[in-house]
Design a protein around this ligand. Structure first.
Ligand code: SF4
Length: 343
């Protein structure tokens, strides 16, 4: 079975297979309930798309008018109690308004930053790409927040946290490895050439020279040359993230391969074990709780499943990270050979 892998799917199956089951296997999907700060993040991402006119000029005249534009739509979300089909779990009655004020404050910061920059080339777009690597086919997909061509290609990821993670965490962040690979494959397959007629005039020269630079590069070289930016929206700051190296991509393929194996194994055995380490951030916690209450799940710390038989503990990927990054020389050589075949 061909699975379209995203950074989220990989994270889910490694963190908690049950979460992966609810999201990617069970149909119709289990209802998600999201904490208010997730709703804030979703909304801010949607609102980034509304900042520009088609010609790349800013749609709003000031930071205040951009921030004020959210009032009506946010009121609707409060009334509906959900965003993009996901129910919001408000902590108390005042929280929707506290979050609205946070959103407005953030958008003022964002506007101040963006009004001094070139517009993005692409905002909030989903991409798909297929790779052949080491005799395996990988179908990858990802929604990229922004692609920029200020000075060569750059990927910018919008984050709504108060602080950026440590450099060591960002250096191995899965999304920042995933996206450049997908974008590089699209550049290599000339998908970006057709953009010229659709993008604002002001970006045409930059796009042309960015594409020119990639002409004699293979996919991995292009991906390794893409700049990466963590946009700390609440502060209106850009944190530069280290560019990826070929090793990052070897590790990614290796990790996806492992995720594929797990997926096949769980499907074959019809077992989706729980792993309670990441329940705090899980949007399926209500559904999972119900299943537990109905005796479909076992005790919290034990590995269990909602079907008939118990199963083995789940491997947590972070614990094995160093093991998975380093390749024995022979294997690495083989992988490098495979990378060359990506052209
Ligand atoms: S609540 Fe915890 S155990 Fe249940 S699906 Fe979510 S992460 Fe897994």
């Amino acid at each position: 079975m061909t699975m379209l892998w995203s950074a989220h799917k990989i994270k889910y199956i490694l963190q908690c297979p049950r979460k992966f089951f609810y999201k990617s296997v069970m149909r119709p999907r289990a209802k998600e309930v999201i904490p208010a700060h997730f709703a804030r993040g979703n909304f801010l991402h949607q609102w980034m798309k509304k900042m520009y006119n088609k010609d790349g000029t800013l749609k709003y005249k000031s930071a205040d008018s951009y921030a004020n534009s959210v009032k009506g739509p946010w009121k609707q979300i409060i009334e509906q109690g959900e965003i993009q089909g996901q129910k919001i779990n408000w902590r108390d009655e005042s929280q929707p308004y506290v979050i609205r004020d946070q959103i407005m404050k953030t958008l003022r910061k964002v506007y101040e930053l963006y009004s001094n920059q070139l517009p993005p080339l692409i905002i909030e777009e989903r991409f798909k790409s297929e790779f052949e690597f080491g005799n395996e086919i990988f179908n990858l997909t990802g929604q990229v927040d922004e692609i920029r061509v200020d000075n060569g290609f750059a990927i910018r990821d919008h984050k709504t946290k108060e602080r950026a993670p440590r450099k060591e965490v960002l250096d191995y962040d899965l999304q920042f490895t995933f996206y450049p690979l997908i974008i590089a494959s699209l550049i290599k397959s000339n998908s970006f050439d057709s953009l010229s007629s659709k993008i604002p005039k002001i970006l045409k020269g930059n796009l042309k020279s960015a594409l020119e630079k990639t002409k004699n590069m293979n996919v991995i070289e292009i991906a390794s040359d893409i700049s990466l930016e963590y946009h700390l929206m609440s502060k209106g700051e850009i944190v530069n993230v280290s560019k990826r190296t070929p090793e990052h991509f070897y590790e990614l393929f290796d990790t996806i391969s492992y995720a594929k194996e797990l997926n096949e194994k769980y499907r074959r055995e019809n077992k989706w074990p729980v792993n309670r380490f990441s329940c705090n951030e899980c949007t399926y916690i209500e559904r999972c709780y119900e299943d537990s209450q109905n005796n479909k799940l076992e005790e919290i710390t034990k590995q269990s499943e909602i079907f008939s038989k118990p199963c083995m503990p789940v491997k947590i990927i972070n614990k094995n990270k160093t093991e998975r990054i380093k390749f024995p020389k022979a294997k690495k050589k083989k992988l490098e050979q495979s990378v060359l075949n990506l052209d």
